[in-house]
Design a protein around this ligand. Structure first.
Ligand code: FAD
Length: 393
């Protein structure tokens, strides 16, 4: 029997319906483009929901909003990861963004006539002149090869799989990697398990996140991110490779918190395995029952079949646009344009810029969007008081 294949033509396909995909969707809709957002998870916001239970954002609510919709929480409070997930779901609903959930893109390739792209998800296909990859930078776990040599009885998790201490075996835990994820997870695990945290000291921000000083720090970082630390400035270009390599200072859980929680902090790195147990570079071998790898992620979108040059392990692009593949864009990557590009606070600006580029390349002729007009593609449901309260401006 012949295979049933559905084919849809749109102006733009957005792959990924996290904050980056939704932000670009908002701006594409305002420009009257026909597009779909394909999201592999069952629910919008699941990439946040699936993170560890105790996670709260380190950015306060005033910096956690996407374009056009205020985050529904006091501006200086820190949302939980589930509140963030629900906000994203509400965002898509408010602007009626065309998100298709449960659709995992398996292949992205150039169209046969070399005019545009074909996006394939199972039996479904989309043909589009332009494609935005908004698939996230934190999906493909990085784990060292020697992890395979650890005793099979040792329970191993990557930070992206960790939810809470109930997943762990009785006995000691080694958390490998002492940046923010490692520190927060070690702090969480230390409630129930004897915990070691291994990794170099990446420094910490010497300000309590609950203090007034942190509010001032937030304003400063927001200014630096929008004006100073961008690819347009020498300072930004200098900072970019280091930032893209990961490993920034601790923000919420600091050395004093770890010490108070009883975490055994070792500055030696975990470099291998001896007799089935983790070996540190100071020669110590730790007899642990669990290892949690908090050593980051790698960029590996194997389903992208369009050849793209790499730079520092990331796709080469100019402010998101891939020079070797006209009409193909990335959004949400670390330091795409500024130090804030991979954060909620920075993705809106990148989305507006890319949407403008996409619209200028598109051949569609549509009536321009006017607030309140019948052709308004992102009709704001301002008549509903609950939503109205949340709308900015
Ligand atoms: C632990 C942690 C804490 C963080 N805390 C903060 C914070 O406090 N404040 C802040 O501003 N930022 C924070 N960030 C950074 C950033 O805001 C988040 O990582 C955010 O989730 C990135 O959004 P995104 O849309 O770029 O990617 P994601 O949220 O990862 O969304 C990408 C989406 O693409 C989908 N997708 C991927 N591949 C495919 C495919 N082939 N087909 C279809 N769909 C696909 C995924 O299902 C996912 O939903 C944090 C990151 C981490 C890892």
């Amino acid at each position: 029997m012949a295979e049933q294949t559905s084919l849809e033509r749109v102006d733009v396909v957005v792959i990924g319906g996290g904050q980056a995909g939704l932000a670009i969707g908002y701006h594409l809709a305002r420009r009257g483009l026909r597009f779909v957002i394909l999201e592999e998870h069952a629910r919008i916001g699941d990439s946040w929901r699936n993170r560890w239970d105790s996670l709260r954002l380190f950015t306060p609510a005033r910096y956690d909003a996407l374009p056009g919709l205020r985050f529904p929480a006091p501006p200086h409070s820190f949302p939980t990861k589930d509140q963030m997930a629900d906000y994203l779901e509400q965002y898509a609903a408010t602007f009626e963004l065309p998100v298709r959930t449960g659709v995992r893109v398996d292949r992205l390739r150039r169209a046969e006539d070399d005019d545009g792209y074909v996006v394939i998800a199972g039996d479904a296909r989309w043909l589009a002149a332009q494609v935005v990859v908004a698939a996230g930078a934190y999906h493909e776990p990085r784990v060292p090869g020697f992890a395979r040599e650890l005793k099979p009885e040792i329970r191993q998790l990557h930070s992206s799989q960790y939810r809470n201490p109930a997943q762990l075996r009785p006995g000691a835990v080694l958390v490998v990697g002492a940046c923010n994820s490692g520190a927060e997870i070690a702090f969480d695990v230390a409630r129930t398990h004897c915990t070691w945290l291994s990794g170099r000291d990446t420094g910490h921000i010497p300000i309590d996140t609950e203090s007034r000083a942190y509010r001032v720090f937030g304003v400063l970082m927001s200014f630096l991110g929008s004006r100073v630390l961008t690819v347009d400035t020498p300072l930004g270009r200098k900072a970019r490779p280091k930032f893209r390599a990961g490993g920034g200072p601790l923000v919420r859980v600091k050395p004093a918190h770890l010490q108070a929680a009883g975490v055994e902090r070792v500055f030696a790195r975990t470099i291998g395995v001896r007799d089935g147990l983790p070996l540190l570079d100071d020669g110590q071998v730790l007899d642990v029952a669990n290892v949690i790898w908090c050593v980051g992620f790698q960029h590996a979108a194997r389903w992208i079949e369009v050849p793209i040059e790499q730079e520092d392990g990331w796709p080469q692009h100019t402010r998101g646009a891939v020079p070797s593949a006209p009409g193909l864009y990335f959004i949400g990557l670390p330091f795409l344009y500024s130090i804030n590009s991979s954060l909620v606070v920075g993705v809106g600006r990148d989305a507006a810029y890319l949407a403008e580029r996409i619209a200028s390349r598109a051949t569609v002729a549509r009536p321009p969007w006017r607030p309140g007009s019948d052709t308004d593609p992102v009709r704001l449901r301002v008549t509903q008081p609950r939503t109205k309260d949340l709308l900015r401006g």
